[in-house]
Design a protein around this ligand. Structure first.
Ligand code: UT7
Length: 319
């Protein structure tokens, strides 16, 4: 049996930090409101010249260093992003060029905050099928570019960043299973609905969200997809060593863990430091927990995410 295994992780956050106190100067909000409603204390913001591919490049280099591989060994690059550098080519192709990787498959995945889960599941399938040996899977976002900085209901929530993993073929698991879902009938509750046509932006290009609806939806589907992953593998909740959730709101993370009966000591939460970085949030949290030694070989790690589309999913890994 062929599997894919994560052999290196990396992440990158832009230097500039925007605190809740900074936001108090920009919109009618307070540090107290943001912390108590979301758990976020600060977020990182890319410079005007930094694109998603630049953030992805830094995270990828870290992941490749940890995996001890060089550019020549990568035969698949998938970038999950909602904020690509340009309309085309894909951010994955731009990243490929920046990394100096020659002749490999490279493409983007667009599943908003579930993007990294979709990208990881896709790379796993290519490796399991024997098509590719080593894949670089990245979540990279510059959400600061698609926020309306006068809308307090959205601008306090998001930040910029990137996370990456290197996956390679192995005869022992690895990724045990992946579980992807979407329901486009909920497309309107979290959206940046503008489009680009005849050289002009048509409609509103900024993030709009029905916060309460998204909140309730997220808690329901995240619980469901974790239970689905466990049932498919005949595992109990107690078999999960680490839950790495999408980092959107600490109240969603706590509620999901509580409903599942997973103690918060087994849940990795990093959103206080970087806010919601959409497709980057799961690999960012994963990298933190790998580097600080929490995640150890042989443990069960469950990644789960939810986002616009609506999309949601989980990936179960034997580390
Ligand atoms: O990444 C994809 C998934 N995204 C998510 O999972 C986000 C899900 N949603 C949420 O995290 C929460 O719904 C929010 C954090 C967005 C909002 O929290 P909430 O507890 O649902 O607040 P609310 O929208 O019900 O608003 C409560 C009050 C309102 O005022 P009134 O009507 O009670 O007078 C808002 O106008 O808070 C007000 N408000 C704010 N006040 C200060 C909304 N945003 C702010 C703000 N600062 N930034």
């Amino acid at each position: 049996m062929m599997y894919s295994r994560v052999i290196g992780t990396g992440s990158y956050l832009p230097e500039k930090i925007l605190t809740n106190l900074d936001l108090e100067q920009m919109v009618d909000t307070s540090d107290e409101w943001i912390r108590s409603r979301t758990g976020i204390a600060q977020r990182h913001i890319a410079t005007d010249s930094q694109m998603a591919s630049d953030l992805a490049l830094n995270a990828s280099r870290e992941a490749m260093k940890a995996a001890k591989i060089d550019a020549g060994e990568i035969d698949l690059i998938i970038v999950a992003t909602t904020t690509p550098d340009v309309i085309f080519p894909s951010t994955a192709c731009i990243l490929q060029d920046k990394l100096g990787v020659k002749d490999c498959a490279a493409f983007d995945v667009q599943a908003v905050c579930s993007g990294f889960i979709y990208a990881l599941a896709t790379a796993d399938m290519f490796i399991r099928a024997g098509k590719y040996r080593t894949a670089l899977v990245v979540g990279a976002e510059v959400y600061s570019r698609i926020l309306d900085w006068s809308d307090r209901s959205t601008c306090v929530l998001f930040g910029d960043g990137a996370g990456a993993v290197v996956l390679t073929r192995s005869d022992r698991p690895g990724i045990i299973s992946s579980h992807l879902h979407a329901d486009g009938s909920y497309k309107g509750i979290l959206t940046a609905p503008g489009s680009f046509s005849h050289g002009k932006i048509q409609g509103n290009p900024f993030v709009m969200m029905e916060g309460n609806t998204v909140f309730k939806f997220a808690i329901k589907v995240l619980e469901d997809v974790v239970r689905e992953a466990l049932a498919e593998n005949n595992l109990e909740v107690s078999d999960i060593d680490w839950l790495i959730p999408h980092q959107a709101n600490i109240r969603i993370i706590i509620s999901t863990a509580k409903k599942l009966g997973i103690p918060m000591e087994k849940v990795v939460a990093t959103l206080d430091k970087h806010g919601n970085t959409s497709a980057a949030s799961i690999p960012l949290a994963l990298d933190v927990a790998v580097r600080d030694g929490r995640i150890q070989s042989g443990q069960h790690v469950l990644l789960e995410g939810v986002g616009g589309g609506f999309t949601w999913g989980a990936v179960l890994i034997s580390w």
